[in-house]
Design a protein around this ligand. Structure first.
Ligand SMILES: [Fe+2]
Ligand SMILES: [Fe+2]
Length: 216
């Protein structure tokens, strides 16, 4: 077993390398390559689904999280994710679109179902919060910094990204504290690897679908 501090750094390095692979061609998820409002609304609906699913996951995990401080964070996160969902719902409605006619992409369903199966706190924190929120925040920052993304997209994400940055740093403290056996480190490492594989698949299918190149 390596020190928890070094273990955490190992995970962060893996995630940072993944993020860098998205630099050359920012995915549709970042809204950057999109040229029509129709495509942008498609992506926003897909990301609204993610917010709702995130709220579900945090809520679902409460009962099986014995660590009291982690449970408290999860409950708060479930609430925040619902707030994000409501912000995006309103944004989509205000533009005259229907937020809930969206059907999740197959890779998106697979990603969340796989995450839901993560059984312990370190796996969940590493695979869902650490890896997922870090990639999401990275791409959202890119969106906020891009002059080509219209302001009506950026508005809800200014608030969302503040919360998500918190979700990204919270799992670091949890992992430093609890990823203190060989077994926990190994399963958390695998959870991150799994999440990144599935995230890539989701991003790729969102690219194809949102930009109208393929059914999914
Ligand atoms: Fe969120
Ligand atoms: Fe979040």
């Amino acid at each position: 077993m390596i020190k928890t501090k070094d273990f955490l750094q190992e995970l962060l390095d893996v995630i940072a390398v993944f993020c860098q692979t998205l630099d050359a061609q920012p995915p549709a998820y970042s809204y950057i390559p999109l040229e029509t409002d129709e495509a942008r609304v498609r992506v926003m609906k897909s990301r609204l689904f993610n917010e709702l699913r995130a709220a579900d996951l945090f809520g679902t995990w409460l009962k099986t999280t014995p660590e009291l401080e982690v449970k408290a964070i999860m409950a708060e996160s479930a609430h925040e994710e619902m707030e994000h969902a409501l912000l995006l719902t309103k944004r989509i409605r205000d533009l005259g679109y229907e937020p809930f006619d969206y059907k999740p992409l197959p890779a998106q369903t697979a990603m969340f179902n796989a995450i839901e199966g993560l059984a312990d706190t370190c796996q969940r924190m590493a695979g869902f919060s650490l890896a997922g929120e870090a990639v999401a925040t990275y791409l959202t920052q890119k969106c906020l910094n891009a002059s080509t993304v219209p302001d009506w997209i950026k508005q809800p994400y200014r608030k969302i990204t503040q919360d998500e940055e918190g979700h990204g740093s919270m799992p670091q403290a949890v992992l430093q504290r609890y990823a203190n056996t060989e077994e926990r480190q190994d399963s958390a490492r695998r959870a991150v690897a799994m999440r990144l594989v599935l995230f890539r698949e989701y991003l790729d299918s969102l690219d194809r679908w949102a930009m109208g190149k393929d059914r999914w």
